[in-house]
Design a protein around this ligand. Structure first.
Ligand code: FAQ
Length: 331
């Protein structure tokens, strides 16, 4: 039954007997894996949850262009530059599909952008860390895109049709991104001792923030139980984090670099890696705006928006001119 999909410790979900007939019919559709579409009736809280999550996701893609965009001019070869440009453009495209999916729920893109710029809507904590060396671009592709895919594959099956369909294409592209990042790491790890040290340093700095991307532990996750009931979340934050660790540790072994976690151990009985404690104080501090790059990231987005005002104005003026011309032609 729906409420048992994710065990989050939060038990105060609405039971069938407390639901209105519309809510019951809605939950039955969700339970039967029938997609909810934009014009279907949905509880207000379902709409609000999706708007919150999808817009945060869209902002993450757009803000996520900044740390890597920073390296386009410094990529070590023409081929690496072309690949990185394509990847950063893909992230921009993901943001646009996601803003489009959120718009189907009745929120405007201008409103979402205003919420981001005013600090009223979050974006992923991971993009508040700096990219110090070329190896960071490898680590982002390998770890950040790897974590993003782990979280997003289940979203391709989520209950809201427009979000689920957007995620299918996004996941295909993220998988290319992950491979290009791992390829950078492979080359660095097979290179000079200095290059390998750079790869190790990038892993040291990106590993823990990547684990934080999955969100707070299930017991502290305020939205998980309700999102699981609505099949927005099909796997919990901790389940996804564990899968990511299990997938990524052998990849680090193959690279010949060490995870920065002295407590990391293979647990043969559990068939998984046990890992050390995550510093949730750091996570909450980043969420409050005090990460290494929060202010810089937001300032860059606000500046890009302000600098692009003339393009938006020109597009509106052009559309008005075309419309006036069409009216004149029809008269
Ligand atoms: N960062 O109750 P929960 C990418 C917030 S895309 C910031 O567990 P929920 C592609 C959460 O919003 C990466 N805030 O929340 C790329 C909530 O705050 P609120 C983004 C976080 O929603 C790669 C509060 O904590 N992916 O990387 C984070 O059920 C490379 C309580 O948490 C998505 O957005 C965090 N890490 O679960 C681009 C995927 N974690 O809203 C460029 C879709 C939690 O009440 C380069 N989103 N919070 O103020 C999701 O799956 C979910 O929203 C979770 C959080 C799992 C992120």
């Amino acid at each position: 039954m729906y409420a048992q999909l994710v065990e989050t410790g939060q038990k105060n979900l609405r039971q069938r007997e407390d639901m209105s007939p519309e809510e019951r019919a809605f939950q039955d559709r969700v339970d039967a894996d029938i997609k909810i579409e934009a014009k279907d009736w949905m509880p207000d809280a379902y709409r609000k949850t999706l708007i919150r999550q999808i817009q945060q996701h869209a902002h993450s893609e757009i803000v996520g262009m900044l740390p890597e965009g920073n390296w386009i001019g410094r990529a070590p070869s023409l081929q690496r530059k072309a690949i990185l440009m394509a990847k950063v453009q893909d992230e921009g495209g993901h943001g646009l599909y996601l803003y489009g999916a959120a718009e189907t729920l009745g929120v405007s893109r201008d409103q979402m952008v205003a919420d981001l710029h005013a600090g009223n809507s979050k974006y992923s904590s991971i993009f508040n860390y700096p990219t110090l060396t070329w190896a960071d671009i490898g680590a982002i592709g390998w770890l950040v895109d790897g974590a993003a895919i782990m979280n997003q594959i289940p979203l391709c099956r989520c209950s809201y049709g427009p979000y689920a369909r957007a995620m299918v294409r996004i996941c295909k592209e993220e998988s290319f991104h992950q491979r290009q990042g791992y390829d950078i790491m492979l080359k660095l790890c097979a290179g000079t001792p200095e290059q390998k040290a750079m790869a190790q340093d990038a892993l040291n700095r990106w590993w823990w923030p990547s684990l934080m991307m999955f969100g707070p532990p299930d017991a502290d996750s305020v939205h998980s139980a309700q999102s699981a009931q609505w099949k927005i979340k099909l796997l919990s934050n901790d389940e996804l984090r564990q899968r990511f660790v299990d997938q990524t540790v052998p990849q680090a072994d193959h690279l010949g670099i060490a995870m920065p976690d002295p407590d990391l151990r293979w647990n043969a009985d559990g068939g998984r890696y046990d890992f050390g404690a995550i510093d949730w104080t750091e996570f909450h501090s980043v969420l409050k705006g005090n990460g290494p790059c929060n202010r810089e990231r937001l300032a860059a987005r606000v500046k890009a928006w302000d600098d692009g005002a003339w393009v938006r104005d020109a597009a509106v003026a052009h559309a008005a001119k075309c419309a006036a011309r069409a009216v004149r032609a029809a008269a």
